[in-house]
Ligand binder design. Structure first.
Ligand SMILES: [Fe+2]
Length: 470
Protein backbone atom coordinates (compact mmCIF):
# COMPACT_ATOMS: atom_id res chain seq x y z
CA UNK A 1 0.00 0.00 0.00
CA UNK A 2 1.15 3.49 -0.84
CA UNK A 3 -0.33 6.73 0.48
CA UNK A 4 0.96 9.99 -0.90
CA UNK A 5 -0.09 13.44 0.20
CA UNK A 6 0.20 15.85 -2.72
CA UNK A 7 0.53 19.35 -1.29
CA UNK A 8 0.00 22.46 -3.43
CA UNK A 9 1.18 25.49 -1.53
CA UNK A 10 -0.55 28.12 -3.69
CA UNK A 11 -3.95 26.86 -2.53
CA UNK A 12 -2.70 25.16 0.65
CA UNK A 13 -4.47 22.09 -0.75
CA UNK A 14 -3.78 18.42 -0.18
CA UNK A 15 -4.87 15.77 -2.63
CA UNK A 16 -4.17 12.10 -1.92
CA UNK A 17 -2.92 9.20 -3.99
CA UNK A 18 -3.59 5.74 -2.59
CA UNK A 19 -2.35 2.63 -4.36
CA UNK A 20 -2.71 -1.01 -3.42
CA UNK A 21 -2.16 -4.07 -5.57
CA UNK A 22 -2.63 -2.34 -8.91
CA UNK A 23 -5.62 -0.20 -7.96
CA UNK A 24 -5.62 3.50 -7.16
CA UNK A 25 -7.93 5.93 -5.41
CA UNK A 26 -7.47 9.69 -5.74
CA UNK A 27 -8.98 11.95 -3.13
CA UNK A 28 -9.77 15.61 -3.89
CA UNK A 29 -7.71 16.13 -7.06
CA UNK A 30 -6.92 19.59 -8.39
CA UNK A 31 -7.97 20.61 -11.90
CA UNK A 32 -5.06 19.06 -13.82
CA UNK A 33 -5.05 15.31 -14.40
CA UNK A 34 -1.41 14.46 -15.21
CA UNK A 35 0.01 14.35 -11.65
CA UNK A 36 -2.42 11.58 -10.74
CA UNK A 37 -2.30 9.69 -14.03
CA UNK A 38 1.51 9.80 -14.10
CA UNK A 39 1.70 8.34 -10.61
CA UNK A 40 -0.69 5.54 -11.53
CA UNK A 41 1.23 4.83 -14.74
CA UNK A 42 4.47 4.67 -12.74
CA UNK A 43 2.92 2.13 -10.41
CA UNK A 44 1.42 0.27 -13.34
CA UNK A 45 -1.91 0.68 -11.62
CA UNK A 46 -5.44 1.69 -12.59
CA UNK A 47 -7.31 4.63 -11.09
CA UNK A 48 -10.51 3.00 -9.86
CA UNK A 49 -12.13 5.77 -7.81
CA UNK A 50 -12.00 9.54 -7.54
CA UNK A 51 -13.32 10.43 -4.09
CA UNK A 52 -14.46 13.92 -3.27
CA UNK A 53 -14.84 14.91 0.35
CA UNK A 54 -17.30 17.66 -0.66
CA UNK A 55 -18.08 20.22 -3.35
CA UNK A 56 -15.02 22.41 -2.96
CA UNK A 57 -15.42 26.16 -2.99
CA UNK A 58 -11.80 27.23 -3.12
CA UNK A 59 -10.72 25.37 -6.25
CA UNK A 60 -12.19 23.61 -9.25
CA UNK A 61 -11.46 19.91 -9.20
CA UNK A 62 -10.58 17.93 -12.32
CA UNK A 63 -12.51 14.87 -11.18
CA UNK A 64 -14.75 14.81 -14.27
CA UNK A 65 -11.77 14.90 -16.66
CA UNK A 66 -9.93 12.33 -14.57
CA UNK A 67 -12.90 9.97 -14.55
CA UNK A 68 -13.38 10.40 -18.29
CA UNK A 69 -9.74 9.62 -19.05
CA UNK A 70 -9.41 6.65 -16.70
CA UNK A 71 -12.89 5.16 -16.40
CA UNK A 72 -12.80 5.79 -12.65
CA UNK A 73 -15.99 6.20 -10.63
CA UNK A 74 -16.59 9.59 -8.99
CA UNK A 75 -17.76 9.19 -5.41
CA UNK A 76 -19.41 11.84 -3.25
CA UNK A 77 -21.18 11.61 0.07
CA UNK A 78 -24.92 11.32 0.66
CA UNK A 79 -27.18 13.87 -0.98
CA UNK A 80 -24.68 15.19 -3.53
CA UNK A 81 -26.15 16.00 -6.92
CA UNK A 82 -24.29 17.23 -10.00
CA UNK A 83 -24.59 17.48 -13.79
CA UNK A 84 -22.27 14.49 -14.28
CA UNK A 85 -22.56 10.87 -13.28
CA UNK A 86 -21.48 10.13 -9.73
CA UNK A 87 -21.91 7.49 -7.09
CA UNK A 88 -23.63 8.74 -3.97
CA UNK A 89 -21.87 6.85 -1.22
CA UNK A 90 -23.81 5.89 1.87
CA UNK A 91 -22.54 6.33 5.43
CA UNK A 92 -20.60 3.15 6.22
CA UNK A 93 -20.18 2.07 2.59
CA UNK A 94 -16.93 0.22 1.95
CA UNK A 95 -14.84 0.67 -1.21
CA UNK A 96 -12.09 -1.81 -2.12
CA UNK A 97 -8.79 -0.51 -3.49
CA UNK A 98 -6.52 -3.49 -4.07
CA UNK A 99 -6.02 -5.06 -0.65
CA UNK A 100 -7.13 -2.05 1.39
CA UNK A 101 -10.50 -0.42 1.95
CA UNK A 102 -11.94 3.03 2.36
CA UNK A 103 -15.09 3.48 4.41
CA UNK A 104 -17.21 6.53 3.69
CA UNK A 105 -18.17 8.36 6.88
CA UNK A 106 -20.78 11.06 6.42
CA UNK A 107 -19.50 14.10 8.32
CA UNK A 108 -21.79 17.04 7.42
CA UNK A 109 -21.09 20.51 8.72
CA UNK A 110 -18.68 22.30 6.40
CA UNK A 111 -21.22 21.36 3.74
CA UNK A 112 -24.12 18.92 3.97
CA UNK A 113 -22.64 16.24 1.69
CA UNK A 114 -19.22 16.47 3.42
CA UNK A 115 -17.76 13.04 3.96
CA UNK A 116 -14.53 11.63 5.34
CA UNK A 117 -12.86 8.40 4.24
CA UNK A 118 -11.39 5.93 6.72
CA UNK A 119 -8.59 3.78 5.35
CA UNK A 120 -8.10 0.22 6.66
CA UNK A 121 -4.94 -1.62 5.71
CA UNK A 122 -4.52 -5.19 4.38
CA UNK A 123 -5.14 -6.55 7.88
CA UNK A 124 -8.29 -4.50 8.40
CA UNK A 125 -6.66 -2.12 10.87
CA UNK A 126 -7.70 1.55 10.76
CA UNK A 127 -4.73 3.58 9.52
CA UNK A 128 -5.86 7.05 8.61
CA UNK A 129 -8.78 9.36 8.00
CA UNK A 130 -9.04 11.60 4.95
CA UNK A 131 -11.06 14.23 6.71
CA UNK A 132 -11.65 16.77 3.92
CA UNK A 133 -12.76 20.05 5.43
CA UNK A 134 -14.53 18.44 8.40
CA UNK A 135 -11.38 18.33 10.50
CA UNK A 136 -8.19 20.28 9.81
CA UNK A 137 -4.98 20.22 11.80
CA UNK A 138 -5.68 22.78 14.53
CA UNK A 139 -9.06 23.81 13.16
CA UNK A 140 -12.29 22.69 11.51
CA UNK A 141 -13.89 23.70 8.20
CA UNK A 142 -15.88 26.90 8.23
CA UNK A 143 -19.61 26.20 8.25
CA UNK A 144 -20.71 29.40 6.52
CA UNK A 145 -19.85 28.60 2.89
CA UNK A 146 -22.76 26.33 2.05
CA UNK A 147 -25.64 28.19 3.62
CA UNK A 148 -28.79 28.12 1.57
CA UNK A 149 -31.07 31.11 1.96
CA UNK A 150 -34.17 30.12 3.89
CA UNK A 151 -33.01 26.54 4.35
CA UNK A 152 -29.78 26.26 6.28
CA UNK A 153 -28.02 28.82 8.41
CA UNK A 154 -24.37 28.79 9.34
CA UNK A 155 -25.48 27.92 12.86
CA UNK A 156 -27.37 24.84 11.58
CA UNK A 157 -24.24 23.73 9.76
CA UNK A 158 -22.06 24.38 12.81
CA UNK A 159 -24.37 22.11 14.85
CA UNK A 160 -24.07 19.39 12.19
CA UNK A 161 -20.30 19.76 12.34
CA UNK A 162 -20.28 19.45 16.13
CA UNK A 163 -22.19 16.19 15.88
CA UNK A 164 -20.02 14.85 13.04
CA UNK A 165 -16.89 15.51 15.06
CA UNK A 166 -18.26 14.16 18.36
CA UNK A 167 -20.18 11.15 17.08
CA UNK A 168 -18.29 10.06 13.98
CA UNK A 169 -14.69 11.26 14.08
CA UNK A 170 -13.71 11.53 17.76
CA UNK A 171 -14.71 7.91 18.61
CA UNK A 172 -12.17 6.61 16.03
CA UNK A 173 -8.89 5.19 17.38
CA UNK A 174 -6.48 7.85 18.70
CA UNK A 175 -3.54 6.49 16.72
CA UNK A 176 -5.02 7.03 13.26
CA UNK A 177 -3.48 9.79 11.15
CA UNK A 178 -5.72 12.67 10.11
CA UNK A 179 -5.08 13.79 6.54
CA UNK A 180 -7.11 16.94 5.84
CA UNK A 181 -7.80 18.69 2.54
CA UNK A 182 -6.21 22.02 3.54
CA UNK A 183 -3.39 23.51 5.56
CA UNK A 184 -2.39 26.94 6.84
CA UNK A 185 -3.19 29.74 4.43
CA UNK A 186 -6.46 28.32 3.13
CA UNK A 187 -9.60 30.42 3.48
CA UNK A 188 -11.64 27.25 4.18
CA UNK A 189 -10.76 27.58 7.87
CA UNK A 190 -9.52 30.39 10.02
CA UNK A 191 -6.66 29.11 12.13
CA UNK A 192 -5.02 26.03 10.63
CA UNK A 193 -1.63 24.73 11.74
CA UNK A 194 1.41 24.57 9.50
CA UNK A 195 1.49 20.77 9.88
CA UNK A 196 -0.26 18.85 7.13
CA UNK A 197 -1.18 15.76 9.19
CA UNK A 198 -1.33 14.62 12.80
CA UNK A 199 -2.65 11.77 14.92
CA UNK A 200 -6.27 12.06 15.98
CA UNK A 201 -5.21 11.62 19.61
CA UNK A 202 -2.91 14.63 19.47
CA UNK A 203 -5.56 16.72 17.75
CA UNK A 204 -7.95 15.88 20.60
CA UNK A 205 -5.38 17.45 22.94
CA UNK A 206 -4.54 20.58 20.95
CA UNK A 207 -7.37 21.38 18.52
CA UNK A 208 -9.75 23.89 20.14
CA UNK A 209 -12.71 22.39 18.32
CA UNK A 210 -12.16 18.92 19.81
CA UNK A 211 -11.90 20.06 23.45
CA UNK A 212 -13.39 17.27 25.55
CA UNK A 213 -15.59 19.44 27.76
CA UNK A 214 -16.93 21.67 25.00
CA UNK A 215 -20.69 22.08 24.78
CA UNK A 216 -22.48 22.32 21.45
CA UNK A 217 -23.32 25.99 22.08
CA UNK A 218 -19.71 26.80 22.93
CA UNK A 219 -18.59 25.05 19.75
CA UNK A 220 -21.05 26.98 17.61
CA UNK A 221 -19.90 30.26 19.12
CA UNK A 222 -16.19 29.56 18.74
CA UNK A 223 -16.43 28.20 15.22
CA UNK A 224 -18.47 31.14 13.96
CA UNK A 225 -16.43 33.86 15.68
CA UNK A 226 -13.87 35.72 13.63
CA UNK A 227 -14.83 34.42 10.20
CA UNK A 228 -14.01 36.92 7.48
CA UNK A 229 -16.04 37.10 4.26
CA UNK A 230 -14.97 34.37 1.81
CA UNK A 231 -13.26 35.44 -1.42
CA UNK A 232 -15.68 36.34 -4.23
CA UNK A 233 -14.73 33.32 -6.35
CA UNK A 234 -15.78 30.72 -3.74
CA UNK A 235 -19.46 30.38 -4.71
CA UNK A 236 -18.47 30.37 -8.40
CA UNK A 237 -16.01 27.50 -7.89
CA UNK A 238 -18.56 25.57 -5.81
CA UNK A 239 -21.00 25.93 -8.71
CA UNK A 240 -18.41 24.80 -11.27
CA UNK A 241 -17.65 21.70 -9.20
CA UNK A 242 -21.26 20.62 -9.71
CA UNK A 243 -21.12 21.15 -13.47
CA UNK A 244 -19.25 19.93 -16.51
CA UNK A 245 -16.55 22.41 -17.42
CA UNK A 246 -14.19 22.94 -20.32
CA UNK A 247 -11.67 20.10 -20.25
CA UNK A 248 -8.19 20.87 -18.98
CA UNK A 249 -6.38 19.79 -22.16
CA UNK A 250 -8.32 22.30 -24.26
CA UNK A 251 -7.74 25.04 -21.67
CA UNK A 252 -3.99 24.41 -21.70
CA UNK A 253 -3.82 24.15 -25.51
CA UNK A 254 -5.54 27.52 -25.94
CA UNK A 255 -3.79 29.26 -23.06
CA UNK A 256 -0.28 28.29 -24.11
CA UNK A 257 -0.67 29.57 -27.65
CA UNK A 258 2.15 31.89 -28.66
CA UNK A 259 0.68 35.24 -29.77
CA UNK A 260 2.10 37.73 -32.24
CA UNK A 261 2.21 41.31 -30.97
CA UNK A 262 -0.51 42.16 -33.46
CA UNK A 263 -2.81 39.41 -32.15
CA UNK A 264 -1.95 40.31 -28.55
CA UNK A 265 -2.91 43.95 -29.18
CA UNK A 266 -6.09 42.90 -30.92
CA UNK A 267 -7.17 40.70 -27.99
CA UNK A 268 -6.41 43.51 -25.52
CA UNK A 269 -8.45 45.94 -27.60
CA UNK A 270 -11.30 43.43 -27.51
CA UNK A 271 -11.18 43.37 -23.71
CA UNK A 272 -8.56 40.78 -22.71
CA UNK A 273 -6.71 41.55 -19.49
CA UNK A 274 -2.91 41.55 -19.56
CA UNK A 275 -1.81 39.45 -16.60
CA UNK A 276 1.89 39.65 -15.78
CA UNK A 277 3.00 36.67 -13.72
CA UNK A 278 6.75 37.39 -13.52
CA UNK A 279 8.49 38.23 -10.25
CA UNK A 280 7.43 41.53 -8.67
CA UNK A 281 10.97 42.93 -9.03
CA UNK A 282 10.75 42.50 -12.78
CA UNK A 283 7.31 44.07 -12.97
CA UNK A 284 8.36 47.08 -10.93
CA UNK A 285 11.29 47.77 -13.25
CA UNK A 286 9.41 47.46 -16.49
CA UNK A 287 6.03 46.28 -17.68
CA UNK A 288 3.49 46.75 -20.44
CA UNK A 289 1.20 49.69 -19.58
CA UNK A 290 -2.25 48.58 -18.47
CA UNK A 291 -1.12 45.15 -17.30
CA UNK A 292 -1.74 43.91 -13.79
CA UNK A 293 0.75 41.98 -11.75
CA UNK A 294 -0.05 38.75 -9.92
CA UNK A 295 3.14 36.72 -9.73
CA UNK A 296 3.50 32.96 -9.83
CA UNK A 297 5.99 33.25 -6.98
CA UNK A 298 3.24 34.05 -4.44
CA UNK A 299 -0.32 33.02 -3.65
CA UNK A 300 -1.17 33.37 -7.32
CA UNK A 301 -4.50 31.54 -7.66
CA UNK A 302 -6.19 32.91 -4.51
CA UNK A 303 -5.20 36.46 -5.49
CA UNK A 304 -6.49 36.04 -9.03
CA UNK A 305 -9.73 34.71 -7.55
CA UNK A 306 -10.01 37.51 -5.03
CA UNK A 307 -9.20 40.38 -7.38
CA UNK A 308 -10.32 39.53 -10.92
CA UNK A 309 -14.04 39.63 -10.34
CA UNK A 310 -15.20 38.19 -13.66
CA UNK A 311 -14.32 34.49 -13.67
CA UNK A 312 -14.92 34.47 -17.44
CA UNK A 313 -12.41 37.29 -17.99
CA UNK A 314 -10.33 36.75 -21.13
CA UNK A 315 -6.66 36.85 -20.20
CA UNK A 316 -3.42 37.24 -22.15
CA UNK A 317 -0.29 36.29 -20.29
CA UNK A 318 3.16 37.69 -19.72
CA UNK A 319 5.28 35.01 -18.07
CA UNK A 320 8.88 34.06 -17.56
CA UNK A 321 10.15 31.76 -20.28
CA UNK A 322 8.80 28.23 -19.79
CA UNK A 323 6.17 29.24 -17.20
CA UNK A 324 3.26 29.61 -19.63
CA UNK A 325 1.65 26.24 -18.93
CA UNK A 326 2.06 26.61 -15.19
CA UNK A 327 0.26 29.98 -15.34
CA UNK A 328 -2.61 28.55 -17.39
CA UNK A 329 -3.02 25.52 -15.10
CA UNK A 330 -2.89 27.60 -11.93
CA UNK A 331 -5.56 29.92 -13.38
CA UNK A 332 -7.79 26.97 -14.27
CA UNK A 333 -7.50 25.57 -10.74
CA UNK A 334 -9.81 28.37 -9.68
CA UNK A 335 -11.95 28.32 -12.79
CA UNK A 336 -10.28 31.10 -14.79
CA UNK A 337 -10.41 29.09 -17.99
CA UNK A 338 -10.18 31.86 -20.56
CA UNK A 339 -6.45 32.24 -21.06
CA UNK A 340 -6.02 33.09 -24.73
CA UNK A 341 -2.27 32.81 -25.10
CA UNK A 342 0.95 34.59 -24.18
CA UNK A 343 3.29 37.14 -25.68
CA UNK A 344 6.72 35.52 -25.85
CA UNK A 345 9.73 37.61 -24.83
CA UNK A 346 7.12 40.25 -24.11
CA UNK A 347 9.06 43.29 -22.95
CA UNK A 348 11.61 43.16 -25.78
CA UNK A 349 8.97 42.60 -28.44
CA UNK A 350 6.91 45.44 -27.01
CA UNK A 351 9.83 47.87 -27.04
CA UNK A 352 11.20 46.72 -30.40
CA UNK A 353 7.88 47.74 -31.90
CA UNK A 354 8.47 51.27 -30.59
CA UNK A 355 6.15 51.11 -27.56
CA UNK A 356 6.80 52.69 -24.17
CA UNK A 357 6.97 50.54 -21.06
CA UNK A 358 5.83 51.56 -17.58
CA UNK A 359 7.39 51.10 -14.12
CA UNK A 360 6.50 51.54 -10.46
CA UNK A 361 8.62 53.80 -8.31
CA UNK A 362 10.14 52.09 -5.31
CA UNK A 363 11.99 53.24 -2.20
CA UNK A 364 13.75 51.41 0.59
CA UNK A 365 12.39 51.22 4.12
CA UNK A 366 15.29 53.41 5.30
CA UNK A 367 14.45 56.11 2.76
CA UNK A 368 10.83 55.97 3.84
CA UNK A 369 11.85 56.37 7.49
CA UNK A 370 13.88 59.44 6.57
CA UNK A 371 10.94 60.99 4.72
CA UNK A 372 8.58 60.10 7.54
CA UNK A 373 10.79 62.00 9.99
CA UNK A 374 10.78 65.22 8.04
CA UNK A 375 7.27 65.57 6.68
CA UNK A 376 3.77 64.23 6.97
CA UNK A 377 3.42 61.48 4.39
CA UNK A 378 0.67 59.09 3.49
CA UNK A 379 1.50 55.42 4.09
CA UNK A 380 -0.84 52.64 3.08
CA UNK A 381 -0.56 49.19 4.64
CA UNK A 382 -2.28 46.71 2.33
CA UNK A 383 -1.99 43.63 4.54
CA UNK A 384 -5.04 41.89 6.04
CA UNK A 385 -6.90 43.58 8.88
CA UNK A 386 -5.71 40.85 11.27
CA UNK A 387 -2.07 41.47 10.33
CA UNK A 388 -2.49 45.23 10.70
CA UNK A 389 -4.22 44.84 14.05
CA UNK A 390 -1.41 42.62 15.28
CA UNK A 391 1.28 45.20 14.61
CA UNK A 392 1.71 48.19 12.31
CA UNK A 393 3.58 51.39 11.66
CA UNK A 394 2.09 54.26 13.66
CA UNK A 395 0.31 56.54 11.19
CA UNK A 396 -0.09 53.94 8.44
CA UNK A 397 -3.61 53.45 7.12
CA UNK A 398 -4.89 49.94 6.50
CA UNK A 399 -6.41 49.32 3.07
CA UNK A 400 -6.32 45.53 2.58
CA UNK A 401 -5.54 44.34 -0.93
CA UNK A 402 -8.63 42.09 -0.84
CA UNK A 403 -10.90 45.12 -1.04
CA UNK A 404 -8.98 47.20 -3.55
CA UNK A 405 -11.74 46.98 -6.16
CA UNK A 406 -14.23 48.71 -3.90
CA UNK A 407 -11.77 51.01 -2.10
CA UNK A 408 -9.73 52.58 -4.87
CA UNK A 409 -11.58 55.85 -4.52
CA UNK A 410 -10.21 56.17 -0.96
CA UNK A 411 -6.77 56.86 -2.36
CA UNK A 412 -6.00 60.56 -2.53
CA UNK A 413 -4.77 61.06 -6.08
CA UNK A 414 -3.43 64.54 -5.27
CA UNK A 415 -0.53 63.32 -3.16
CA UNK A 416 2.10 60.61 -3.19
CA UNK A 417 1.15 57.47 -1.29
CA UNK A 418 3.71 54.95 -0.05
CA UNK A 419 2.40 51.39 -0.19
CA UNK A 420 3.67 48.40 1.73
CA UNK A 421 2.56 44.86 2.58
CA UNK A 422 4.41 42.19 4.56
CA UNK A 423 7.09 41.20 2.06
CA UNK A 424 6.66 43.11 -1.21
CA UNK A 425 4.30 40.87 -3.21
CA UNK A 426 0.86 42.24 -2.38
CA UNK A 427 1.96 45.90 -2.55
CA UNK A 428 3.00 45.43 -6.18
CA UNK A 429 -0.35 43.82 -7.01
CA UNK A 430 -1.98 46.82 -5.33
CA UNK A 431 0.21 49.27 -7.26
CA UNK A 432 -0.48 47.56 -10.58
CA UNK A 433 -4.26 47.63 -10.14
CA UNK A 434 -4.18 51.24 -8.95
CA UNK A 435 -2.05 52.20 -11.97
CA UNK A 436 -4.40 50.44 -14.36
CA UNK A 437 -7.15 52.56 -12.84
CA UNK A 438 -5.31 55.82 -13.39
CA UNK A 439 -3.63 56.24 -9.99
CA UNK A 440 0.04 56.72 -10.76
CA UNK A 441 1.52 58.48 -7.74
CA UNK A 442 2.02 55.37 -5.62
CA UNK A 443 5.48 54.43 -4.41
CA UNK A 444 6.25 50.87 -3.41
CA UNK A 445 8.19 50.16 -0.21
CA UNK A 446 10.75 47.46 -0.99
CA UNK A 447 10.57 44.39 1.23
CA UNK A 448 7.47 45.65 3.07
CA UNK A 449 6.83 45.40 6.78
CA UNK A 450 9.32 42.58 7.23
CA UNK A 451 12.10 45.07 6.50
CA UNK A 452 10.41 48.17 7.94
CA UNK A 453 10.11 46.72 11.42
CA UNK A 454 13.89 46.46 11.66
CA UNK A 455 14.42 50.15 10.88
CA UNK A 456 14.91 51.82 14.29
CA UNK A 457 13.46 55.21 13.24
CA UNK A 458 10.00 53.72 12.70
CA UNK A 459 7.52 53.64 15.54
CA UNK A 460 5.43 50.47 15.56
CA UNK A 461 2.42 49.53 17.64
CA UNK A 462 3.03 46.81 20.17
CA UNK A 463 2.83 43.23 18.96
CA UNK A 464 -0.33 41.37 19.91
CA UNK A 465 -0.61 37.71 19.02
CA UNK A 466 -2.82 37.67 15.90
CA UNK A 467 -4.75 34.59 17.00
CA UNK A 468 -6.25 36.49 19.93
CA UNK A 469 -7.69 38.98 17.48
CA UNK A 470 -9.32 36.53 15.12
FE1 LIG B 1 -13.97 23.30 1.43
Amino acid sequence: MKIEQIFTSCLAEMAYYIESNGEVAIIDPLRETTPYMDRAANDNAKIKYVFLTHFHADFVSGHVDLAKKTGATIVYGPGATAEYELHNGAHGEIFNIGDVTLELLHTPGHTMESSSYLLRDEKGKEQCLFSGDALFIGDVGRPDLAIKQGELTEEDLARHLFNSLRNVIMPLPDDIIVYPNHGAGSACGKNMSKETYDSLGHQKEVNYALRADMTEDEFVKEVLTGLVAPPQYFPKNAGMNKGINMDIDSIVARGTKELSLEKFNQLVTEGALILDTRHQNEFIKEHIPGSIFIGLSGGFAPWVGALIEDIHQKIVLITDFGKEEEAVIRLSRIGYDNSLGYLPNAISIWKDAGNETASIEQITAEELAELNKNEEISILDVRKVSEYNAEHLVGAINEPLDSINSNLENIDKSKTTYVHCAGGYRSVIFGSIAKKNGIHNLVDVAGGYGVMKNVPEFEMTEYVCPTTLL
